[in-house]
Structure formats: structure tokens, C-alpha cells
Design a protein around this ligand. Structure first.
Ligand SMILES: *[C@@H]1O[C@H](CO)[C@@H](O)[C@H](O)[C@H]1NC(C)=O
Ligand SMILES: *[C@@H]1O[C@H](CO)[C@@H](O)[C@H](O)[C@H]1NC(C)=O
Ligand SMILES: *[C@@H]1O[C@H](CO)[C@@H](O)[C@H](O)[C@H]1NC(C)=O
Ligand SMILES: *[C@@H]1O[C@H](CO)[C@@H](O)[C@H](O)[C@H]1NC(C)=O
Ligand SMILES: *[C@@H]1O[C@H](CO)[C@@H](O)[C@H](O)[C@H]1NC(C)=O
Ligand SMILES: *[C@@H]1O[C@H](CO)[C@@H](O)[C@H](O)[C@H]1NC(C)=O
Length: 400
């Protein structure tokens, strides 16, 4: 293989190397084509021949190891196959291409004057769907740090963070892992509880994806302390009625246990608790008291309370003092509007409803009185002024 050393100094840039000096009729030539292939794919390396006269054709890999010596396999690598050898075309294939196969493949004619061509093999490594790493977990009022990672591509993939169709600029870092690149893009965004569940995505672009992109979807998981609200029953409650309180709880993570209790007392025996609801059937006045619903997660705790007042059973002669039947600090106004139907009964609403008409009537009366007084004043003033003017004119007329 003496020719190998002979060709080491060559700079193989011409497309066609012509193996003749003067006699163009017998020109031999070889022509090679550059090849781009995806990693794992199959590359076809072709050498076109012109005026082939039976000379020895040698194909070498980028390390200048001879793969085929005029059709005979020289290097022991089964991934290389000679698939064609005609006087016009020599073609080999390389299966399961790796990035280490990249470089110039030499097609050589070993003739009187030796000639060669180089086919440059380029290997593209398209990125996998990127992954998202959470560097700092999202707690409401804080910031979340998310890193989108594309560990391997060639050339380096381009990463883009998106939210609601808008790009969030990230801090990009790129690492060269000999032949392939690892790329990451990090964003930091402030988070509130409304951001919980918000959809983000990280998109990877790459020439080997031919316009497509690999998208990783990510949903923000924002931790927040619970909120608790007791949904109160509507209307006033009387002995024998049943009570249902529902505790509506939020929080991330959602509190697993909801605790019901009665302040300064134990829960009544008849109280039935199933998850967020507390039920007491056949109420009696001994159930009066303040009921508490509590929930907690790692980020805080919350409670809401409801004060139960059970009124006596209605009878025509009852004179129950019309105090508010319920009190609910979080949403006090929710309680009053729902009493309409039995306005005849003593209860909280009777007072609040009647208060409004009295105020209006009082206002109207005051306005009436005020108007009458005004009219009186104006009338008196006018008559006084008229008399005055008559008096002042009298002497003027007297001069004429
Ligand atoms: C083949 O690739 C090499 C190296 O990238 C380049 O110098 C040469 O011009 C290319 N040849 C053709 C025909 O594209
Ligand atoms: C090289 O191989 C070709 C095709 O098989 C053949 O025609 C030619 O004679 C061979 N040349 C030599 C020198 O063996
Ligand atoms: C392809 O090559 C890789 C290493 O480059 C190897 O791990 C894999 O098993 C090969 N696949 C096939 C089908 O030969
Ligand atoms: C209240 O009145 C209802 C209907 O009259 C009756 O069924 C119920 O037993 C009474 N409850 C009490 C505690 O008196
Ligand atoms: C519970 O008891 C304490 C002490 O006896 C008292 O100060 C507090 O007001 C009570 N709370 C309720 C809701 O009754
Ligand atoms: C329960 O509350 C009602 C309404 O305020 C009141 O009339 C009654 O006396 C209370 N009963 C007890 C046992 O506290």
C-alpha cells in the first residue's frame, strides 16, 4: 500500500481529477459527491468514473485506512458494503452511521498518474424532545427556575421557551461534548397562585428536523397555602331542621385532611362528617355554637368558622328576639338575602328589611319639609323686596 503515503500531502478540492496529461481520448477521471446523513442512517458514497480502463480503484476512510482495494474489502468493518462497481460508478454504503464516521472519504485511481477525489460525509444528530428541569420549585410569591435541556444534537439545537404564544427569553448555555452539543435554556419567572397550571413549552429547532420542532409541554405547579370557606346554609334554622355545612378548600397541594371542630366544645354526637361536609340532622338548641373548619398543607393553614343559632320551633305565640341567626365573618352579606319567603316569622331579616323603608320615608319627609320652608322663605323675601322697591320709586316720581 505504498500509494497511501504518496497521497498524504494532497489537498483534494477539485471536483474532477483527470488522469491524463495530453491524450484527452484516454482521460480517466473520478468524481465524488458530498453526503449528509442522519446519525444511525445509511450513507451512500459514490465515485463516478470516466474512461475507466481497468485501473485499481481504492476507497479510504477519513483516517486514510483502505476500505476497499479494487472491490475487495480491506478494513474489517461490516457496516461498509460495496454495492456497485461498474466502469462508470463505484458505490459503497455505510450503515448505522455515527458521528465518528464523519470526514472525507477518498476515491482514488491508481494509474500512471494517480488521482483521487474526496467525498465529505457530514452527520447530523437531530435533538430528542427536550426535557425540563425544575431548579427551584414554584411557591406563590416566589420565582420558578426552569431549565430546558437538549442533551445531544449536531449542530447545536436552538431552544425557545414559549408561553401563550409568546417567547420568554432564556439564558442559553452550550456545551461541546466532542462532536455533539448539549444546549440548555434557563428562565426565571415570578409565580402567583393564578399561575398554577399555566402551560409553558420548550421548543427545539434543528436543521435535521426539516422545519418541524420538538416540543416539551410543561405545566407550572405553583404551591400555595390553603384557603378555606364554609358555605353556609340559607335561611334560619329551627329545631328539627337539618344542617349541612360545606367547607370549600383550595391549596396546592390540596390539603388532604379537612378538620371540623366546635369551639370550646366537642362536636355533637349527631354530627356526620364526610370529607368537606358536616351534617347535623334534627337540630336542637344545644347545637348552638361556633363550628370551625380547618385545613393545612406544607405552605400554611387556614380556617373558617360558622356560628349556628337554632331557633325555637315556630308557633303562633312565639316572640323570639329578632337577632341575626347566623354570623359569618368572611361573607356576612351572603346570609341575609335568602330569608324572603317567611318574612312573618321573627328573624334577622325582618329587622334589616324593615329598616330600609323607614329610612327612605324619613328622608322623603325631611325633603318635603325642607322644600316647604324654602318656598316660604322665597315668598316672604319676594314680597318684602317688592314693597321696598315701591317705596324707593315713590320719591323719584315726586320730582317730576
Ligand atoms: C464538500 O465538502 C467539503 C468540506 O465541507 C467542501 O470543502 C467542498 O467544497 C464540498 N464539495 C462540494 C462539491 O460540495
Ligand atoms: C479492478 O476491478 C474491476 C471491476 O471488478 C476490474 O474490471 C479490473 O480489472 C480490476 N483491476 C485490477 C487491476 O485488478
Ligand atoms: C449502531 O451503532 C451504535 C453505536 O454507534 C450501536 O450502539 C448500535 O447498536 C448500532 N445499531 C445497529 C442496528 O447496529
Ligand atoms: C318542630 O315542629 C315540627 C313540625 O311541627 C315537628 O315535626 C318537630 O318535632 C318539632 N320539633 C321540636 C324539637 O319540637
Ligand atoms: C371559648 O372559651 C374562652 C374561655 O372560656 C372564651 O374566652 C371564648 O370567648 C370562647 N369562645 C367562643 C367562641 O365561645
Ligand atoms: C340558641 O340560639 C337561639 C337564637 O339566638 C336562642 O334563642 C337560644 O336560647 C339558644 N339556645 C341555647 C341553648 O343557647
Amino acid at each position: 500500500m505504498a500509494f497511501v503515503t504518496v497521497w498524504n500531502y494532497c489537498v483534494p478540492l477539485t471536483i474532477i481529477t483527470v488522469a491524463c496529461l495530453v491524450n484527452t481520448a484516454h482521460c480517466q477521471a473520478v468524481q465524488a459527491e458530498n453526503v449528509t446523513v442522519l446519525e444511525g442512517g445509511t450513507a451512500q458514497i459514490s465515485c463516478r468514473l470516466q474512461n475507466y480502463d481497468g485501473s485499481i480503484v481504492v476507497i479510504q476512510n477519513p483516517r486514510r485506512q483502505t476500505l476497499f482495494f479494487n472491490g475487495t474489502r480491506a478494513l474489517k468493518d461490516d457496516r461498509f458494503q460495496m454495492v456497485l462497481f461498474t466502469p462508470r460508478l463505484v458505490r459503497i454504503t455505510l450503515t448505522n452511521v455515527s458521528v465518528y464516521d464523519e470526514g472525507g472519504y477518498f476515491c482514488q485511481l491508481y494509474t500512471d498518474a494517480t488521482h483521487h477525489q474526496v467525498a465529505t460525509l457530514s452527520v447530523l444528530v437531530p435533538p430528542e424532545t427536550p426535557t425540563v428541569e425544575v431548579k427551584q420549585e414554584a411557591v406563590e410569591g416566589g420565582e420558578v427556575e426552569l431549565t430546558c435541556v437538549s442533551p445531544r444534537s449536531k449542530p447545536a439545537a436552538t431552544l425557545r421557551w414559549m408561553r401563550n404564544g409568546r417567547e420568554i427569553p432564556g439564558v442559553v448555555s452550550q456545551q461541546d461534548n466532542s462532536k455533539t452539543f448539549s444546549v440548555s435554556s434557563t428562565i426565571r419567572i415570578p409565580v402567583e397562585r393564578k399561575d398554577n397550571g399555566a402551560a409553558l413549552s420548550c421548543e427545539a429547532f434543528h436543521p435535521a428536523l426539516s422545519g418541524q420542532k420538538k416540543i416539551r409541554h410543561y405545566r407550572l405547579d405553583v404551591y400555595f397555602a390553603p384557603t378555606v370557606r364554609i358555605v353556609p346554609p340559607s335561611g334560619i334554622l329551627r329545631e328539627g331542621d337539618s344542617l349541612t355545612l360545606t367547607c370549600s378548600v383550595t391549596g396546592n397541594p390540596l390539603p388532604r385532611n379537612i378538620q371540623w371542630s366546635k369551639i370550646n366544645d366537642t362536636l355533637p354526637e349527631r354530627a356526620e362528617i364526610s370529607g368537606p361536609t358536616l351534617q347535623i340532622s334534627r337540630l336542637s338548641q344545644s347545637h348552638n355554637g361556633t363550628y370551625l373548619c380547618q385545613a393545612q398543607n406544607n405552605f400554611g393553614r387556614a380556617a373558617d368558622h360558622y356560628t349556628l343559632l337554632v331557633y325555637e320551633n315556630v308557633s303562633v305565640t312565639t316572640t323570639v328576639p329578632p337577632t341575626p341567626s347566623t354570623s359569618h365573618p368572611a361573607t356576612p352579606t351572603l346570609l341575609t338575602p335568602s330569608f324572603g319567603p317567611d318574612a312573618k316569622d321573627p328573624g334577622a331579616v325582618v329587622e334589616t328589611h324593615s329598616a330600609v323603608p323607614y329610612a327612605v320615608i324619613g328622608g322623603v319627609l325631611a325633603l318635603l319639609v325642607f322644600t316647604v320652608i324654602c318656598v316660604l322663605i322665597v315668598t316672604i323675601w319676594c314680597s318684602v323686596r317688592q314693597k321696598g322697591s315701591y317705596r324707593t320709586r315713590e320719591p323719584i316720581l315726586a320730582w317730576y
